[in-house]
Design a protein around this ligand. Structure first.
Ligand code: HEM
Length: 493
């Protein structure tokens, strides 16, 4: 594996992995191949692929089967949404499914990210107050730098309260889970978890306490869930009875009208309670007040709340599925580095916990919360995979499905297995260059010139705090692996 990595870094015939912006070296020795696969008959091809994607195969099998059929990790296919009511959406993509071909998506000289957040389909800008927010902006648009710097500033300023806020909101969350267990024998935890996520993020990003508005404190998280669902449904497999899911969830875009009241209530709250942050957006980053408000809403609701709502449950699932005694190992490390519950956890203390951090990275490797990434070729260029070079034409849409890219056997040993300590020690640290959940390598840095997640380090450190808190407070927890519910917690002795 290390030899492979060394080879990729020194003689890469594709894009450079050490930087998200530098131009790639030109291809040298790999054979040039025509991109295999295809788009099928007009209308029929996209519909057949859509049914495979959502119904007959599911996303992972969809991409796996096409890798097998084309004998290549780079191929042409369609991805949903498609006909009948997505007339303006072009489903044709070039899938890039190994680490090397996928990383072209980070090279802003090669790909444009304008309106490609979830593919060629973009939900109406009405969902974001008629503002095209940061995640839909390309780096060539001046507004991107302004908003990205605004977002980075919000995080920087919140750094002094972030860890302590997370810990105090975790106290509340776990008190509720314990009380659920003692009342009814188990806790399905999702509501408590989302209340926790909503309240710590609102405090850290907006500077607001949700309890200043009883309605927002009670149902702000549910309002965000509905707002997120309507934007994402056309592109996500939910698992409802078929063909009902195809007919009702994947055939048309939902109108903003259905969540207008929720969104407007949240905007009012953010406008009032987040006044200081919005004013800084206007004065220091030269944003209009509407741009500042709706970008702040999107960062809070889509990027941050949406991201953590997918990510935290996968940490529980990783614990539930473990058969290697990981709880004991994590508990040992947490107690050694930070003692029992009266020693406060911080970003600095979790940085000392190598296994906790590796456990978080491994969860992100196998379950990247944002599974698909897209980028449109700015010009004709040569794209390399591990074994071949392909000619990409200007305007073609590249589509990377990360759960498979992160199981690239050329880079990760035993790629399908959850190996909790995979990212520890010298060899493990090298692998961080190939951990891509944030739309860039874990060793990269988000800047105004790239599209890497602003909160790349906050996300992994917050998740490490989440895990460390758990094993500081409890000796062990029991999670039912079929229902996902927490059925018992053993308090720290
Ligand atoms: C588990 C949580 C999170 C995950 C999984 C996540 C993931 C991502 C990903 C994959 C992208 C790139 C999307 C693309 O262009 O393809 C992104 C962008 C972004 N994220 Fe995060 N994110 C998370 C949390 C956060 C938080 C807490 C913030 C708060 C500031 C944030 C702010 C942003 C912003 C502003 C962008 C756009 C960057 C740009 O346009 O240059 N994210 N995130």
């Amino acid at each position: 594996m290390s030899a492979m990595i060394a080879k990729m870094m020194s003689t890469s015939s594709g894009t450079s992995l050490s930087s998200t912006t530098s131009p790639p070296p030109q291809p040298t020795s790999l054979p040039v191949r025509t991109i295999p696969g295809g788009y099928g008959w007009p209308l029929l091809g996209p519909i057949s692929d859509r049914l495979d994607y959502f119904w007959f195969q599911g996303p992972e099998t969809f991409f796996r089967k096409r890798i097998e059929k084309n004998k290549s990790r780079v191929f042409r296919t369609n991805v949903p949404p498609t006909f009948p009511l997505f007339l303006g959406v072009d489903p044709n993509v070039v899938a890039v499914l190994d680490v090397k071909s996928f990383s072209h998506l980070f090279d802003m000289d090669l790909v444009e990210k304008k309106n490609t957040l979830i593919g060629d389909f973009m939900p109406s800008v009405k969902f974001t107050g008629d503002v095209r927010v940061c995640a839909y902006l390309d780096t060539s648009e001046p507004q991107h730098s302004q908003v990205k710097n605004f977002a980075m500033d919000i995080l920087k300023r919140s750094s002094t309260i972030w860890a302590s806020t997370v810990i105090s909101k975790l106290d509340t969350m776990w008190d509720t889970i314990e009380s659920d267990i003692s009342k009814s024998g188990s806790s399905t935890y999702l509501t408590s978890l989302q209340q926790f996520i909503f309240s710590f993020l609102t405090r850290c990003l907006v500077g607001a306490d949700p309890s200043s508005s009883p309605e927002i404190a009670e149902s702000g998280y549910a309002m965000l869930n509905r707002w997120l669902a309507l934007q994402l449904l056309p592109t996500v497999k939910v698992g409802l009875l078929q063909p009902l899911e195809e007919i009702f969830l994947h055939s048309f875009a939902y109108p903003f009208l259905l969540v207008q009241f929720d969104y407007n209530k949240l905007v009012k709250f953010v406008e009032k309670e987040g006044k200081e942050v919005i004013e800084r957006g206007e004065s220091e980053f030269k944003l209009s007040s509407q741009d500042a408000i709706h970008n702040l809403m999107f960062i809070l609701g889509f990027n941050a709340f949406g991201g953590f709502s997918v990510f935290f449950p996968s940490l529980f699932t990783a614990i539930a599925n473990d058969e290697t005694g990981i709880q004991e190992k994590l508990r040992k490390e947490v107690r050694e580095k930070c003692g029992s519950s009266d020693s406060p956890l911080s970003f600095d203390s979790v940085k000392e916990m190598e296994l906790v951090q590796s456990f978080v990275y491994e969860t992100l490797r196998l379950n990247p919360p944002v599974p698909l990434q897209y980028g449109r070729a700015r010009r004709d260029f040569k794209l390399s995979s591990h074994d071949s070079v392909y000619e990409i034409k200007k305007g073609e849409l590249l589509c990377g499905y990360q759960p498979l890219v992160m199981r690239d056997p050329e880079v990760f040993d035993d790629p399908e297995t959850f190996v909790a300590d995979r990212f520890t020690k010298e060899k493990g640290k090298e692998l961080l260059s190939y951990l891509f959940w944030s739309n860039g390598p874990q060793t990269g840095s988000p800047t105004e010139s790239n599209k890497q997640c602003v909160a790349k380090d906050y996300v992994t450190l917050t998740a490490s705090l989440f895990v460390a808190y758990l094993f500081q407070r409890y000796d062990s927890i029991t999670i039912d692996s079929s229902s996902g519910a927490i059925t018992a917690v053993q308090k720290a002795k």
